[in-house]
Design a protein around this ligand. Structure first.
Ligand SMILES: Nc1nc2c(c(=O)[nH]1)N[C@H]1C(S)=C(S)[C@@H](COP(=O)(O)O)O[C@H]1N2
Ligand SMILES: [Mo]
Length: 150
């Protein structure tokens, strides 16, 4: 049973939730993420496609990425990531397995392309439950001591 949803909220015009089928129905699909991120698996949709659906509020400067454990979160500048970030949501027509950060995970395939230190691999939030557009930076629990895998 797959009831996981991803909420898009905060400084958006129309907040909404996306389940597996909703994400699969959006434009801007990447059928195989390994084309953008060698070594990774799954199908993805561009962040831009979700934000096109909700619309963005004029005050939105950052997005907060919340994991479903209610503990891990990251806050990154919207302009920097909007044309890089994707949501990986499936593998073989099923939700992305938890071992790979599923059922939905945020991924910036090439963090160096973003060109700022605020955007790093630690912002690739697994078990993503909410993306909140915000006016300014929000809560961020990313480790500051280097790119260790946690
Ligand atoms: N929910 C959640 N997502 C998370 C983390 C975490 O602790 N919890 N760690 C982050 C960190 S510090 C890194 S470096 C990347 C590692 O993801 P990867 O193993 O898929 O490359 O996941 C990020 N996403
Ligand atoms: Mo990290």
């Amino acid at each position: 049973m797959n009831t996981a949803t991803l909420r898009i909220e905060g400084e958006v015009v129309t907040p909404r939730q996306f389940g597996f089928a909703d994400l699969a129905a959006l434009p801007q699909q990447i059928p195989d993420i390994s084309a953008l991120a060698p070594g990774r698996q799954g199908c993805a949709v561009r962040l831009r496609a979700l934000l096109d659906e909700t619309g963005l509020g004029a005050r939105a400067t950052h997005i907060m990425l919340y994991a479903d454990d209610g503990e891990y979160s990251a806050s990154v500048p919207l302009d920097t990531v909007i044309d890089h970030a994707v949501i990986i949501y499936g593998l073989g027509n099923r939700p992305l397995p938890a071992e790979q950060g599923g059922p939905m995970r945020f991924l910036i395939p090439d963090v160096t392309a973003c060109g700022i230190g605020e955007v790093d691999a630690c912002a690739n939030v697994k078990c993503l439950s909410s993306i909140e557009a915000s006016d300014g930076r929000g809560p961020d629990t990313r480790p500051t001591n280097g790119p260790a895998n946690r």
